[in-house]
Design a protein around this ligand. Structure first.
Ligand code: XMP
Length: 551
C-alpha cells in the first residue's frame, strides 16, 4: 500500500491554526526500551508495517491523549505492564494468510482491553478469533461511502449514517469472528465495520487517520474517549516534559553537538535539547556565505544571546565563495557546498572532541523513505541529507527528539519553547542556500542583489499574511540581462523571478495565485529598490514538471 503524503495529509497550517496536543516521541525502533511505564491513560498502537502508523499516533495526539507505538510482536505481558487504556492495531501491507505475515502475540486478546483494528487489523481479528479472510473479488481502493447500520455503535456516536471514508484493501473478511456482528457496510463489503460489544473489540476496513476520511478523527476520538475512557490530558507541556526526560535518559552526562542551520527543525531541536541538558549541548552554526540577509545575526542573537546556548559560530563564507568561483553547473555547486560544509563542520568538531552524540532535527516525514516489507515492518531510516554520513564516520550516536512529529507540530512545539515567530514560521530553505537561487555563477555581487530582492519578497509576503499560508516564497536571480528604461536612462540589468508555491511536503507543488496587486507591489519594489535589476517575472510552473528551486 503506497500512499502519497497528499492522501494521508498532514494538517495544513494554512489559515486557522490547528490546536494540537502532543504525544510521546516514541518510535518503533529496534531494541527500543519500553519507557514511561508510569504514564496513565495511554493508548498502545501496534505497528503492522503501515508506512503511516505515525499518522494514527498524530490523530491520537490531536485528541489530547498520549500514545505509544510498539512493534507488532510486542509480548502481551510487556503491553500489560504499560497499563494502557486501549490498543490499536495499525494497517499494514501484508495479507494475514501469507507465510511471512506479521502476527501479534495472541494473548493481546486476553488483556481485557478495548481493541480497534484498522484495515489489516480487521484481518487480525478474523485470523485469531475464528473468522475467515479471503482475497476480495474487487479491490476496494479510494473514496467510498460507509453506511452505519447500527447507530448504537459507540465508534460512530454523533456521526451521520453515511460517512465518506478512504479504503485501501484487497482482502476481506468473509466470515465474522466469534462474538462479532456487523455495524457498518460499504458497497463491496458487508463487514466494513464490526464490533464485539462484550469484549470492546472494533474492526474497521477503512482508514480513519487519513484526510480523505474527513470525520475519521471523530471515529478515533470516540474510540479513545468514549470506549477507552481516556480524558483530554495530553498537552504540549507534557510533550516537552517527556521529551526532556527521554533526552536526559539517552545522553546521561555526555556532550551533544548539533548543526544549527537556523531553519525551524534544527532550531526547535536546539531549544528542546538545551532545556533538557543545558551546557552539555553545543550548537555549530556554519556561515556558508550563501545565507539570506540577516540570517547569521538572527541565529547568534536568538541562540547565543537570548537562550545562552553554547554556540560555535564558524564564518566560512570566504572559503565557500572562493570555491564557488567559476562554477556554473548546479550539481557541481551542490556537491561542492556539501563537501565544504562537512569539511568545515568536522574542523569545528575538533574543538568538541568529547562529544558522544550528534543531535538532528529529523522529522517524521524525513524518516519515511519506503514502504516496509511484509514481515519486517520496522521503519527504514534515511540519514538527514544536510549532514548525511557524518555520524557514522565520527562514531557519534544520534539524538533525534523530533522524529515522530510533523512540521506543523514542530512549529507549535517551537512556540511553546519560546522561539520567536521569525524562526518558528520560517519557510523551508535549502541547505545549499542562495547558491541554488543564483542561476549560473555565484558571485558576491549577484548574492547581494538576490539578498535585497529576497528581503523584499519576505517583507511583502509577511505584511500581506501570505507568508504563513504557503509552503515557500522567494526570489531567484537569473543571469539574463535585458534592456529597460528608468527615468530618462536606458538600463541593461538582471531579471528577478519570484516563486511562490503551495505544497504539503515539497514533493509536489502548485504555484500560488497571488493577487495582481501583490504581484504589482513586488515587481515595483524589486525593480525600484534593487540596484542591478530592471525586470521581474512570476513563475507559474507547478511541480511536476518544474521543481520548486530553479538551481
Ligand atoms: P525541489 O527544488 O527539489 O525542492 O522541488 C523541494 C523542496 O526541498 C527543498 N530543498 C532542499 N532542502 N537541502 C534541503 O534541506 C537541499 O539541498 C535542498 N534542495 C531543495 C526546497 O527548498 C523545497 O522546499
Amino acid at each position: 500500500m503506497v500512499w502519497s503524503k497528499k492522501i494521508l495529509g498532514e494538517i495544513s497550517w494554512a489559515g486557522a491554526q490547528p490546536r494540537l496536543r502532543f504525544s510521546s516521541p516514541s518510535h518503533p525502533g529496534k531494541g527500543r526500551k519500553l519507557a514511561f511505564v508510569s504514564m496513565t491513560e495511554q493508548i498502545v498502537i501496534l505497528d503492522f508495517g503501515s508506512q503511516y502508523t505515525q499518522v494514527i499516533a498524530r490523530r491520537i495526539r490531536e485528541c489530547q491523549v498520549y500514545s505509544i507505538i510498539l512493534p507488532f510482536n510486542t509480548p502481551a505481558a510487556e503491553i500489560a505492564k504499560l497499563q494502557p487504556r486501549g490498543l490499536i492495531l495499525s494497517g499494514g501491507p501484508s495479507s494475514v494468510y501469507a507465510a511471512d505475515a506479521p502476527l501479534p502475540d495472541k494473548a493481546i486478546f486476553e488483556l481485557g482491553l478495548p481493541i480497534l483494528g484498522i484495515c489489516y487489523g480487521v484481518q487480525i481479528f478474523g485470523h485469531f478469533l475464528g473468522g475467515k479472510v479471503e482475497p476480495g473479488e474487487k479491490r476496494e481502493y479510494g473514496k467510498g461511502t460507509l453506511t452505519v447500520t447500527d447507530p448504537g455503535c459507540a465508534l460512530f456516536r454523533k456521526l451521520p449514517a453515511a460517512l465518506q471514508v478512504w479504503n485501501s484493501h484487497g482482502d476481506k473478511l468473509t466470515r465474522l469472528p466469534a462474538g462479532f456482528r456487523p455495524v457498518a457496510r460499504t458497497e463491496n463489503s458487508e463487514y466494513a465495520a464490526i464490533q464485539d460489544g462484550q469484549r470492546g473489540f472494533f474492526g474497521i476496513q477503512f482508514h480513519p487517520e487519513v484526510v480523505h476520511t474527513p470525520r475519521g478523527k471523530e471515529v478515533l476520538s470516540n474510540f479513545v474517549h468514549r470506549i477507552c475512557g481516556c480524558g483530554r490530558n495530553w498537552t504540549m507541556r507534557s510533550y516537552i516534559d517527556q521529551a526532556v526526560e527521554q533526552i536526559r535518559a539517552q545522553v546521561g552526562g555526555e556532550r551533544v553537538i548539533l548543526g544549527l542551520s537556523g531553519g525551524v527543525d534544527s532550531s526547535v531541536a536546539a531549544a528542546l535539547l538545551h532545556q533538557a541538558i543545558g551546557d552539555q549541548l553545543t550548537c555549530i552554526f556554519v556561515n556558508n556565505g550563501v545565507l539570506r540577509a540577516g540570517e547569521a545575526e538572527v541565529v547568534r542573537e536568538v541562540f547565543g544571546k537570548h537562550f545562552r546556548i553554547r554556540l560555535h559560530y564558524e564564518n566560512a563564507a570566504t572559503l565557500f565563495l572562493k570555491r564557488l568561483q567559476g562554477v556554473l553547473d548546479p550539481e557541481r555547486k551542490r556537491k561542492l557546498i556539501g563537501r565544504t560544509f562537512i569539511e568545515v563542520f568536522e574542523a569545528a568538531l575538533r574543538h568538541e572532541a568529547r562529544a558522544k552524540f550528534l543531535a538532528q532535527g529529523t522529522l517524521y516525514p524525513d524518516v519515511i523513505e519506503s514502504v516496509p516489507i511484509a514481515g519486517n515492518p520496522a521503519a527504514l531510516i534515511k540519514s538527514h541529507h544536510n549532514v548525511g554520513g557524518l555520524p557514522k564516520k565520527m562514531r557519534l550516536q544520534l539524538v533525534e527528539p523530533l522524529r515522530c512529529l510533523f512540521k506543523d507540530e514542530v512549529r507549535q512545539l517551537g512556540k511553546e519553547l519560546g522561539l520567536p515567530d521569525e524562526i518558528v514560521w520560517r519557510q523551508p530553505f535549502p541547505g545549499p542556500g542562495l547558491a541554488v537561487r543564483v542561476i549560473g555563477e555565484v558571485t558576491r555581487r549577484r548574492l547581494d542583489i538576490l539578498r535585497k530582492a529576497d528581503t523584499i519578497v519576505i517583507e511583502e509576503m509577511m505584511a500581506s499574511g501570505w507568508y504563513r499560508k504557503i509552503w515557500q516564497s522567494f526570489a531567484v536571480l537569473l543571469p539574463v540581462k535585458s534592456v529597460g528604461v528608468m527615468g530618462d536612462e536606458r538600463t541593461y540589468d538582471y531579471t528577478i523571478a519570484v516563486r511562490a508555491v503551495e505544497s504539503q511536503d515539497g514533493m509536489t507543488a502548485d504555484w500560488v495565485r497571488l493577487p495582481y496587486e501583490m504581484l504589482e507591489k513586488l515587481a515595483s519594489r524589486i525593480v525600484n529598490e534593487v540596484k542591478g535589476v530592471n525586470r521581474c517575472v512570476f513563475d507559474i510552473t507547478s511541480k511536476p514538471p518544474g521543481t520548486i528551486e530553479w538551481e
